[in-house]
Structures are given as structure tokens and as C-alpha cells.
Design a protein around this ligand. Structure first.
Ligand SMILES: Cc1cc2nc3c(=O)[nH]c(=O)nc-3n(C[C@H](O)[C@H](O)[C@H](O)COP(=O)(O)OP(=O)(O)OC[C@H]3O[C@@H](n4cnc5c(N)ncnc54)[C@H](O)[C@@H]3O)c2cc1C
Length: 544
């Protein structure tokens, strides 16, 4: 793991003949990279995107594991920028599975002729800022080099996959993979003894999907999560017509909410309504699809306190009701973190999996994994024989895919060094000492595309206005960056998201500094802050 290429390239005039030149380079061809390419090309700029994978889609290209699907409503997640696209594309399911979303992003790439400016199988190993020329030069792992005034890292917040450093994996004689690198040809699980490590959102989806096919499934759980029924279904023709007729309304609703989801929070306090009315609402929302039961609920469920505890008790009871063996049920009931302090995994029959004879739940808090052996896994208490081992162990979130690139700013400083104590940015967009580099932070807890479109448009406007004024360099000031970091630390400390040991704060990666990854502000507040910064001539940035 980590950046495999550690060389520090130099930029010299004599090396530049075979270096491709562009106005803008983008790293990544997922939802963000594709949209950035589309928008910046429309300014008349020469743009090149570099994508490590063999196709477009990012998350939806790599995550081919069985069960991978949205928790966003499909039609709230798709791009909003093209009316033609909105009307042409028929989402098949309310919560599309990975193949459908990958098809969608391929359709977008073709419709807007984006592929001609994307280089695939092109992993960027390093990027160096040339202070004399105000240009970035990137080096690909295959030796290819390119230069541009601006560099946009659309490398994904859940893209740098993480496998814990278990002793013995290199000697395992079965097959293994990480869910984020599921082979395109699939994995043969039929009748096999399969082990899954991890029960976060991905593990929950995968385990449910494969339990029926495998011979035996051993699930290694460290943290029990609050999971809620997704209640997915196909979109019938009448609903399809209705969705297409109401896109402006759908996107307007998403614009108004904190996380850009369509669910509007109930402004009432859970504790202010009578217990039977409260329970009626809990049950009604529980029966509804998707995140409604989380994000459309009483507002104080979203903050630590009595209401949050009350709802957590309700969810725990829902889990207990579905698992026949009370000992297993208790293992599946979360007790060590607050409801909503992690992104809520949505499931379609997850808990019933543990009622099957061929499924075993191993609590690795009780008996930690000691090593991987040639034939399976040894915990403190037992040995488990396995033919296939699957790591649903998540990502080095938000900063991981950035710091795996050897990025050198002014004065030779690297982004890796700069982020050693957590991200140091101004609004997540730029880091002082790294001029003309736009990092594109994921919203983390939000409905991704709704947050990504306005951010890309802000960067497009910024680059457009610089070119119109003949400016060649934009850099966040250290003061603006420091003020932003202090704001994230202070405002972030009050959020539910900061309370659990989750990827939101880097706690899933050993040695990673604990710091809120992403903005503590709601999506509407972030849009307003960015608009204000732009209106003030890019306050907090130095332009020249
Ligand atoms: C399983 C899963 C389910 C999800 N479900 C939802 C959901 O329902 N709703 C939601 O809003 N969000 C969801 N997300 C979050 C999801 O990541 C975003 O919705 C979105 O796809 C991110 O797009 P992106 O373009 O920013 O990044 P990504 O899609 O991660 O794309 C980044 C791309 O950059 C490339 N890259 C990285 N480093 C390099 C390099 N050095 N050189 C070249 N290329 C590089 C990667 O190969 C990748 O293709 C989910 C994430 C996962 C993992």
C-alpha cells in the first residue's frame, strides 16, 4: 500500500520536449473528474484527465462487488446540468446497483464526447509545481509526463482502498481481494468457504448478497453498525414520468438540505412530542425507503443527546427482532457509538443472514485476528478455514488518494508532509504552498453529485476569471488556511460525525491524525461561503 513510486522528479527545460502541454490537468475520471472535464473544456481550454482505471466511473468502476448500490435515490444523484441527459436517462431502480451507475457514467462520457480527453490506465505517481512557470508537471507510473497551468485532483474521497496490515496475508493460498478492487470477471464463490472482514456499509451489502451462494460464510466483525432497511424497488413507468417532470423540484429540495439529500428534516424535537406520536413517526419513517428514517426524522436525533439515544434504542430493538439467536443478536447491536455518528448502512435482508446455518459471526473485539495463515484466519480463540478472503475494510478516506501521490509544492514541500496532522486547506479547495492545485474534497456525509456540481462550477469560474484577467497563479494564504482549520476543529467537535471512530475523522487508519475530513458546514452554508469568497475577488487567496 502507499505510493509505490517515491522518486522526486525535477523539472528542467531539457526534459520538456516530450512533455504534453495543457491548460488544465485532472486526475480521476469519476463523477467529479468527468464533470470538471466537461465544464473546463467548455471554456475553450485544453484539458486532459488521467485515470488509473481502464474506464470512467471512479467508485462505480472499481466497486463491482456483489450488492454494491446507492443509498442516494438514483434520480437525486445523477448530474443535473443537462436537461437532455435528465430526460434521456431512465433510472431502473430507486437505488441503483453499481452496474447501472457505471452504465450511466459511460453514457455521460459518450454523450458529451469526454473520452477523447481522458488517458486511461494512467496512474499519476507525482506532481511538481514549477515556480518559475506557474505550471504543474505530472509524472505517470508508465513514465509519461504532462504539464498544465492548473491541476485538479478529482481522486475521490473513498478511493484509496485500505487493507489492514495482517501478518501472513502473503502466504494465504486461497484467493482474496478488497471490495474496492473486485475483479471485473467476478470471483467464484459458489460452494466456497468465504471469510469477510468488515461490516461497514460495503460489508453489509456484500454479505447479504453472497450468503446464499457460498458454501460457508464467516463474518469477522469489529464494530456492529446501526443498519436500516433500504426498501429498494424498480421504478415503474408512471413514476419515471413523474420523476422526469419534477427534476427542478427534486434538485431544489436537495439544494435546501444540509447534506444535499432530498429528505427534509422534521424541525420538531423528538422529546417535545408525546411518546406515542414519537413512536408513530419512528415506525412510519422506518417503513419508508432510504435515508428518510435518518434524515427526515426529528432534528435533535442528529445531535448527541436524549433524542439521539431514544432513536438508537428504537433501532437496536429493530435489530434484535430480526435475529433469532439472542447471543448473535447482541453481537450485532451497536453499543459503542452514537446513532448517526457513522454513515448509516442501508440493507436488504442483512440481519436475516445471521439466521442461516451456513453463516457464522465472529466478534474480533472479543477475540482479535492474530494472523492470516495459508489456509485461513487465526483469532485469539480459534482457527477458521477459508478458500476465499474478502476485505471490506474501507478506505483511507478523503486525504488518502491525495497523499498517495507524491505532490511537491513551492519550496519543495510535499502535501504528504503538510497533511501529516490532518488536512490543511482553505475550504478544502486549496492548500497554501500548492498554487493552482484544486483539491476536490468529497462532501463525505452528503449526496455526492449535488455537492460536486457547484464545487466544480466554482473552480471553473475561478479559472475563467483568472484567464480573463491574465492571471497565472492562485494560492490560498496561510492565514486563510489557518482560520479554516481552526473552524473545522471547533465546529467539527460538536458534530455527531466527529464522535465515532470512523473514517470521517481518519480513525479507521492506524497512525492517521484524528481530524474531521471535510467541512463541518452544511452544503448551503458552504455554497454561500464560496460565493462570498468569489464575490470579494477570491478573498483568502493570493492572485498574480
Ligand atoms: C461502495 C460505495 C458506495 C457509495 N454510495 C454512495 C451513494 O449512494 N451516494 C453518494 O452520494 N455517494 C456514494 N459514495 C461515495 C462516492 O465515492 C461518490 O458518490 C462519488 O462517486 C465520488 O466521485 P469522485 O469522482 O469524486 O471520486 P471517485 O469516484 O472515487 O473517482 C476518483 C478516481 O480517481 C482515480 N485516481 C485516484 N488516484 C489516482 C492517481 N494517482 N492517478 C490516476 N487516477 C487516480 C481513481 O482510479 C478513481 O477512478 C459511495 C462510495 C462507495 C465506495
Amino acid at each position: 500500500m502507499g505510493n509505490p513510486i517515491q522518486r522526486t522528479p525535477t523539472v528542467g527545460k531539457d526534459m520538456m520536449e516530450d512533455v504534453e502541454q495543457f491548460d488544465v490537468m485532472i486526475i480521476g475520471a469519476g463523477v467529479t473528474g468527468l464533470y470538471a472535464l466537461y465544464r473546463l473544456r467548455a471554456l475553450g481550454l485544453s484539458v486532459r484527465a488521467f485515470e488509473a482505471g481502464g474506464g470512467v466511473g471512479g467508485t462505480w468502476y472499481w466497486n463491482r462487488y456483489p450488492g454494491a448500490r446507492f443509498d442516494s435515490e438514483s434520480y437525486t444523484y445523477g448530474y443535473s446540468f443537462s436537461e437532455a441527459l435528465l430526460q434521456e436517462w431512465d433510472w431502473q431502480e430507486h437505488y441503483a446497483a453499481q452496474p447501472e451507475t457505471e452504465r450511466y457514467l459511460n453514457y455521460v462520457a459518450d454523450k458529451f464526447d469526454l473520452r477523447r480527453d481522458i488517458r486511461f490506465h494512467a496512474r499519476v505517481a507525482s506532481a511538481v509545481f514549477d515556480e518559475g512557470e506557474d505550471r504543474w508537471q505530472v509524472h505517470l507510473e508508465d513514465g509519461h509526463r504532462a504539464r498544465a497551468r492548473f491541476l485538479i485532483t478529482a481522486v475521490g474521497s473513498l478511493s484509496a482502498y485500505y487493507i489492514p496490515d495482517f501478518e501472513g496475508l502473503d502466504r494465504f493460498t486461497g484467493t482474496w481481494c478488497h471490495t474496492g478492487r473486485w475483479p471485473a470477471e467476478g470471483m467464484d464463490l459458489a460452494g466456497k468457504r468465504v471469510g469477510v472482514i468488515g461490516t461497514g456499509a460495503t460489508g453489509v451489502q456484500l454479505i447479504t448478497e453472497i450468503a446464499n451462494d457460498v458454501g460457508h460464510l464467516t463474518v469477522f466483525q469489529r464494530t456492529a453498525n446501526y443498519c436500516a432497511p433500504l426498501r429498494n424497488g424498480p421504478i415503474d413507468p408512471a413514476t419515471q414520468r413523474q420523476i422526469k417532470a419534477s427534476y427542478p423540484d427534486i434538485f431544489q429540495k436537495c439544494r435546501e438540505t444540509a447534506g444535499s439529500f432530498i429528505h427534509q428534516v422534521d424541525p420538531r424535537s423528538a422529546m417535545d412530542v408525546a411518546p406515542d406520536e414519537r413512536l408513530e413517526q419512528y415506525e412510519r419513517l422506518w417503513a419508508a425507503p432510504g435515508f428518510k428514517k435518518w434524515l427526515a426524522n426529528f432534528h435533535d436525533i442528529m445531535v448527541p443527546g436524549k433524542a439521539n439515544e431514544d432513536y438508537a434504542a428504537f433501532v437496536r430493538q429493530k435489530i434484535r427482532e430480526r435475529v433469532k439467536d439472542p447471543v448473535v443478536a447482541e453481537k450485532l447491536v451497536p453499543k459503542d457509538h452514537l446513532f448517526g455518528s457513522k454513515r448509516l448502512p442501508c440493507e436488504s435482508g442483512y440481519y436475516e443472514v445471521y439466521n442461516r446455518d451456513n453463516v457464522l459471526l465472529v466478534d474480533v473485539r472479543e477475540a482479535p485476528i492474530e494472523r492470516i495463515t495459508p489456509t485461513g484466519i487465526t483469532t485469539r480463540d480459534a482457527e477458521y478455514a477459508l478458500d476465499v478472503l474478502i476485505f471490506a475494510t474501507g478506505y483511507d478516506a478523503v486525504t488518502g488518494s491525495l497523499t498517495r501521490i507524491d505532490i511537491h509544492g513551492t519550496g519543495g514541500q510535499t502535501l504528504q508532509e503538510k497533511f501529516a496532522e490532518g488536512p490543511r486547506t482553505y475550504m478544502g479547495i486549496q492548500s497554501a504552498g500548492f498554487p493552482n492545485l484544486f483539491t476536490m474534497p468529497g462532501a463525505g456525509a452528503g449526496n455526492f453529485t449535488r455537492g460536486c456540481e457547484p464545487l466544480v462550477e466554482w473552480v471553473r469560474d475561478c479559472i475563467g476569471s483568472m484567464r480573463a484577467k491574465g492571471l497565472t497563479r492562485i494560492e490560498a494564504t496561510p492565514q486563510a488556511e489557518e482560520a479554516w482549520r481552526a473552524h473545522v476543529a471547533e465546529a467539527g467537535a460538536t458534530l455527531l460525525r466527529s464522535k465515532a471512530n470512523s473514517w470521517f475523522v481518519g480513525a479507521n487508519i492506524p497512525g492517521k491524525a484524528r481530524f474531521l475530513l471535510g467541512s463541518p458546514d452544511s452544503a448551503p452554508v458552504m455554497r454561500a461561503k464560496r460565493a462570498e469568497v468569489a464575490a470579494q475577488g477570491y478573498a483568502g487567496f493570493r492572485l498574480q
